[in-house]
Write a protein that binds this ligand. Structure first.
Ligand code: SF4
Ligand code: F3S
Length: 106
């Protein structure tokens, strides 16, 4: 499966959503996740994300491994998003910030 990691938080550019053939993105207030039970590993979303937030499960950086379980957990709680929408306000500012896990809204 593929995994959305920290760079998405408070950005939510949503370019990834438009290309997913199985509509497996789920939307929270300021972050998206991928439902690991639906993702078919097509890889298309990876190149679409302007902040490179999406990784194959096997390639998630060591300091972001927690996002694998976080995607699975939140995918059960959040609703599908199937069309691109405007990024969050100040997305370009937050794209440069590291250590955003504390900013995540559920
Ligand atoms: Fe969707 Fe493909 Fe990305 Fe999985 S890898 S989330 S199927 S676009
Ligand atoms: Fe997030 Fe990148 Fe998609 S910022 S919403 S994973 S395009």
């Amino acid at each position: 499966t593929y995994v959305v990691t920290e760079r998405c938080i408070r950005c939510k550019y949503t370019d990834c959503v438009d290309v997913c053939p199985v509509d497996c993105f789920r939307e929270g207030p300021n972050f998206l996740v991928i439902d690991p039970e639906e993702c078919i590993d097509c890889t298309l979303c990876v190149a679409e994300c302007p902040v490179e937030a999406i990784y194959s499960e096997d390639d998630v950086p060591d300091d972001q491994k927690g996002y694998i379980a976080l995607n699975a957990e939140l995918a059960k709680q959040w609703k599908p998003i199937v069309e691109r929408k405007d990024p969050l306000p100040d997305a370009d500012h937050w794209a440069r910030i590291k250590g955003k896990l504390g900013e995540l809204k559920r």
